[in-house]
Design a protein around this ligand. Structure first.
Ligand code: NAD
Length: 471
């Protein structure tokens, strides 16, 4: 049993003032695996005060000093990669290959930020002005459970690269990952207060961070509903706010696509991270004249996608993180059926041969219209919709007819055509014939998928304020 009874403030592991004990579960068998003692409002305020005190010195450190810190933080996370992978599997249920990628990602984002910082010029001259990019102040970093360690490290890397200090509020459901990351980063020996980690509830710790006058910046990844709450809460003190929210990403399969490669890629895009991915390609747009072919291939391939024990290397889809999330996904499958979508694969209930854990049958609906609930709302589970289109113009209209705009995928054998289409899609990222990530390119959403960008220079500048001095 994991007993996590300390938070991290001012360079020290301390017992929280908060007394609530929160249960941690293994979603693959629904067994309780431990408890975390949650921080409360007072703990959040103590963390802000430590970060504020540390800001004066840290904001004046040189680029070289911060590059060195980031490289040492990277090395520290690399050292705990194996432990982190195990925790991600046990506490979150990611299949082993995904979990090990996630642990590596948590380390690599620190090195990526060091590289960006090395190449970044904080001062430029514009006419008679000297323009300096100045660290914004104390940053609150709020993470979700679907990639907790990666978001902690990624947001912290950008904040520290900029010269900001930070208070991190990780997801309360990811406490074992948080505790591994905290112990590793503590070993680096950053000055006390530069980063503080207070695991607690959104309504308490999160609410303090999004209203506290000494917090200059909030960087939040999570649901669109909570993102809006944070934006409203931060308005009173005009906080700078970065929001990375939900998505309903289209996968445009053009009629010239080679379906033998396009369908496996589309299914991978849709089922990534067990469907619990903001960038999951959940609306598969296919030419109506090739619908029968697509349906046959999807049926055949989904039959070979295993949902089950995340420790088994053959598993592609792990459990949902919680019973609540399982119920939510089940409800959407029911809605799909009730609204008349054609159930091509999967459906309600547990996958065959599984009688415990929060597993979902990999589910694909076909002949879906873009007005159906399952095509409009983010499900956050392995449930995909195939939407037929008549021509490219209609495909584009459907792709853009969503409140979201985080990511889109185009699968085509004609690169020029795909690029022309990409230029007309309203999404922060468009991936053509690839599922690759590019850490130097900005990441974030159009419309209700968020505000601002993370990664690379854009991500760094989200923690900086330009100042012009004229003489
Ligand atoms: P959530 O919005 O419920 O919670 C995210 C974080 O916010 C948690 O740490 C939570 O404790 C905290 N929180 C909750 N209420 C708060 C409040 N009032 N004030 C401040 N903080 C508060 O989301 P979740 O269920 O943890 O994660 C799933 C959601 O996150 C999905 O909708 C998904 O699309 C989104 N997501 C987006 C991205 C992205 O980069 N765009 C990445 C991962 C997840």
């Amino acid at each position: 049993m994991h007993q996590i009874h300390q938070i991290y403030i001012n360079g020290q592991f301390v017992t929280p003032h908060g007394e609530e004990l929160f249960d941690l579960f293994n979603p693959a068998n629904a067994q309780r695996i431990g408890q975390v003692r949650l921080a409360d409002e007072r703990d959040a305020m103590n963390a802000v005060s430590a970060a504020k005190q540390a800001f004066t010195e840290f904001s004046r450190t040189t680029k070289a000093v911060r590059v060195d810190y980031l490289k040492r933080m990277h090395a520290a996370i690399v050292c705990v990669e194996a432990e982190l992978t195990e925790a991600i599997i046990e506490e979150y249920g990611a299949p082993v290959s995904r979990a090990s990628w996630m642990a590596k990602h948590a380390a690599s984002v620190l090195l990526d930020a060091a590289t960006v910082l090395e190449d970044y010029d904080f001062t430029q001259h514009l006419g008679i002005a000297e323009v300096t990019m100045q660290p914004i102040g104390v940053a609150a970093l709020i993470t979700p459970w679907n990639s907790n360690a990666g978001f902690i490290c990624g947001k912290l890397a950008a904040a520290l690269a900029a010269g900001c200090t930070a208070v991190i509020k990780p997801s309360e459901m990811s406490a074992t990952q948080t505790s591994i990351v905290t112990r590793a980063l503590h070993e680096v020996g950053l000055p006390p207060g530069v980063f503080n980690i207070v695991t607690g509830r959104g309504e308490t710790v999160g609410a303090v961070l999004s209203t506290h006058p000494d917090i200059a910046k909030v960087s939040f990844t999570g649901s669109t509903a909570v993102g809006k709450q944070i934006l409203r809460a931060g308005a009173e003190t005009l906080k700078r706010i970065t929001l990375e929210l939900g998505g309903k990403s289209p996968v445009l399969i053009l009629e010239d696509a080679d379906l033998k490669t396009a369908i496996p890629m589309a299914l991978q895009a849709g089922f990534m991270n067990s469907g619990q991915a903001c960038i999951a390609g959940t609306r598969m747009l296919v030419p109506a004249q090739r619908l029968a072919e697509v349906e046959a291939l999807v049926t055949e391939q989904v039959a070979g996608i295993r949902a089950g024990n995340p420790n088994d290397p053959a598993t592609r889809i792990g459990p949902m993180v919680s019973f609540k999330q399982w119920q939510r996904v089940q409800r959407y499958i029911q809605i799909g059926i009730e609204e008349g979508a054609y159930l091509l694969a999967g459906g309600p209930g547990l996958p065959d041969g599984i009688d415990a854990g929060w597993f979902i049958r990999p589910t694909v609906f076909s002949r879906v219209t873009n007005q159906m609930t399952i095509a409009r709302e983010e499900i956050f589970g392995p449930v995909l919709s195939i939407i037929p289109y008549d021509d490219e113009e209609q495909a584009l209209t459907i792709a853009n007819d969503t409140p979201y705009g985080l990511q889109a995928y185009i699968l085509s054998s004609d690169l020029q055509r795909a690029h022309a289409l990409a230029s007309r899609i309203d999404a922060g990222r468009v991936l053509i014939n690839t599922l690759a990530h590019e850490p130097r390119a900005p990441f974030g959403g159009f419309k209700q998928s968020g505000i601002g960008r993370e990664y690379g220079t854009f991500g760094l500048e989200a923690f900086l304020e330009p100042k012009s001095v004229l003489s």
